[in-house]
Structures are given as C-alpha cells and as structure tokens.
Design a protein around this ligand. Structure first.
Ligand code: PLP
Length: 362
C-alpha cells in the first residue's frame, strides 16, 4: 500500500525523511552495533543523543539561557497536575483561560491543588473563539496564568499572547510547538506532548524559566518535580529514549529546511490554501472566528451529519485519512502539521470540490 496523506490530530504524520533516516539507523546506530531502542540511557552514545536533542531544540526555538529544557513522560495531561504542584505554592492561586477541552481539563486538575479560577471562557460560543483577556482581569496575586495556545479539537489559536505582567504565563503548546517562531521569554513555562508536531507519542517537552524551579509543594511526586528533572538532565530515571532520538531527527529536519521562519511560511501557505477555499464557497462551513483560526488544525462541517460521514469515508478511499472531527465537535478536522506536504492540502481541496459537486444538499 502507498503512504497516505494522514490528517490525524495526534499521534500524527511525521516527516518522511525522518522516518527514512530512523529506518536506516534502526539496526545499527552509527556503528554502535545496536538500535537506539536497545541502548542504555547512561551510555556515552545515548548521552550524546539527548544532549544533541536539547541543543538542537534550543537552537530551533531560540530558547534563552535562563530556561531549562526537560524531556519527560506522561503526556501533556500529566502536566495539568505537574504545573499546579510545582507552581501554585505562593498564594495557592492560579488563573485559567478556558478556550477548549484541554484547558478545561487543566483547570479542573488544578482545582485539586488550590484556588484555580476560570478568568474567562468561550464555552458559550462552543469554543469557536479564544477569549480576549486584558491584564487587569487577572488576579494580581495569582501564582501563574495558564492558557492552551492552540486548541487542537476546535481549530482555534490565541491570536495574541496575554499580557500577564509579572505573573508567569504557562502555555500548553502541544499542537502548535515548532509550527512558527515564538518568543519564549514571554512565557514562564511552555509544555507540549510530542505526538502532534514533534515526535512519536511518549515524550513531553517542558521549557521552564529557571527562577520557577524549586517551588514544588512537598507532596509533589518526585517524577513530577521539575527541579529534580532539571538537576538530573531529564535522567532521574529512564527517559523516553527512542522518542527523544526521533525528536532530535525532527529538529534536524526543521533546521535543514530553514528553521521556524521557514516552517511558518510553509504552514501559512498550506493554511491559506485550505481556508481560502473554505471562504470562497458555501457548501462547507468553517465554524471558527477568522482571527482565531489555527494554522495547524482546520475544522469544517457540511451541516449534515450523514454527508460528513460520507465525506470521511470517500476521502479515505482517495488516501486522505483521519479527517473525522473530534467527537465533541463533529464534522471534519484536517490537521496540517509541519510534516504535511503542500500537495496533501492540494489533494484535499480538490477532493472537497469534487465531493461538493457530486453531493448536492437537499
Ligand atoms: C493532545 C493534546 C493534549 C493531551 O495530550 P496527551 O499527551 O495525550 O496527554 C493536551 N493539550 C493539547 C493542546 C493537545 O493537543
């Protein structure tokens, strides 16, 4: 079978060149006589892999010196607890902007550990917009403000970085990390599950400003304590070795294409093609408010659940797979992460046109 265009929201498409390189090195990594999967994480050959991965990520994202990079496990969902455990320990207060399901889950998890406050929510709009929150609306004594920068399920993205003044801003960037340049210095913590735009599932990256380390509450599980992980170079225990190696290959691939500026251009071009088509017709409806549109996850519906179902089934026959929207939204969602080639979006738009023509609405 040919490779398909995989529009899955996550785990998702990886660059073909990266998969080929991994295949090449599968049985015998650079003369070590073994696969990266089989290596001790304490071996010099693996220590170089993780050190290179960190250096490359720092280069790709231009991460300032006063930030630590952690390679962890447990997915972004584990960070929903790790963030309050580590940071909600000054005034035991944190403000959350609810812009979708993941930020809501993060907020609910934080309520277990202290006074988590929903400062704004777009739930009433079915999360088709991102709340606009001004600095004065945050509680001045909050230990941090939490946002989900790109809302994978709804296809929205923050069109702005909230100004929180001196309050550290924590951002879940699982589905937009590495898609465009971001000013890391505006954030106290950035975290991301790797399986959307970075690597296979199993790795979670945390980027944290150093002054926020060492504030964990005493009941914090050792494995969730950022300082323990930072002090041990992400090797307090066995890290997700192979995922970190794959992430390293992805960082190299990004740099080879010109870094995040080039990624942004590629992604803008793909998103412009798809949204441009959506805006040019009235068969499909794109529910997201235009200024909040995600460049990574594009949602659309026909307005008829049976047609939506038929769309996904017929698209799959054409090698355009995993276009079904999240169960809470319905319709379709095309996740067009870094690794999705322009041709994949071209093929999708051509299919959308043909489907609309062949399936007139009653
Ligand atoms: C997928 C996703 C999550 C959940 O990630 P897990 O790694 O499965 O825990 C959280 N936040 C966002 C924005 C996501 O896209």
């Amino acid at each position: 079978m040919e490779r398909v265009y995989n529009f899955s929201a996550g785990p998702s498409i990886l660059p073909e060149a990266v998969l080929e390189k991994a295949a090449e090195e599968m049985l015998n990594y650079q003369g070590s006589g073994m696969s990266v999967m089989e290596m001790s994480h304490r071996s010099p050959v693996y220590e170089k892999i993780i050190a290179d991965a960190e250096a490359l990520l720092r280069e790709v994202m231009e991460i300032p010196e006063n930030y630590k990079v952690l390679f962890l496990q447990g997915g972004a969902s584990t960070q929903f607890a790790a963030v309050p455990l580590n940071l909600m320990n000054g005034n035991h207060k944190a403000d959350y902007i609810l812009s979708g399901q993941f930020s809501t889950k993060a907020y609910q998890e934080a309520q277990k550990y202290g006074d988590a406050f929903a400062v704004a929510s777009s739930k009433a709009d079915n999360f088709s917009v991102v709340p606009n929150v001004a600095k004065e609306e945050f509680r001045a004594d909050a230990d941090y403000v939490h946002i989900c920068f790109n809302n994978t399920i709804y296809g929205t993205k923050f069109p702005y970085i909230p100004d929180t003044g001196d309050i550290p801003l924590v951002a879940d960037m699982s589905s937009c990390i590495l898609s465009e340049p971001v000013d890391v210095s505006k954030f106290g913590v950035i975290y991301a599950g790797a399986q959307k735009n970075m690597a296979p599932a199993g790795l979670t990256v945390v980027i944290i400003r150093e002054d926020l380390l060492g504030k964990a509450s005493s009941q914090t599980p050792t494995m969730l304590d950022y300082k323990v992980m930072a002090d041990n170079g992400s090797m307090y225990n066995t890290p997700p070795c192979y995922c970190i190696y794959m992430a390293k290959l992805v960082y190299e691939w990004i740099l080879g294409l010109g870094g995040l500026k080039a990624m942004k251009e590629r992604n803008e071009k793909k998103a412009a093609l798809l949204y441009g088509y959506l805006d040019s017709q009235d068969y499909y409806l794109a529910p997201v408010q235009k200024d909040c549109r995600s460049m990574m996850n594009v949602t659309f519906v026909t307005g008829d659940a049976d047609l939506d179902k038929k769309f996904c089934a017929e698209a799959a026959k054409e090698g355009l797979v995993n276009l079904k929207g999240h169960r809470s939204v319905g319709g379709m969602r095309a996740s067009i992460y870094n690794a999705m080639p322009y041709e994949g979006v071209e093929k999708l738009v051509a299919f959308m046109k043909a489907f609309a023509k062949e399936n007139p609405k009653k």
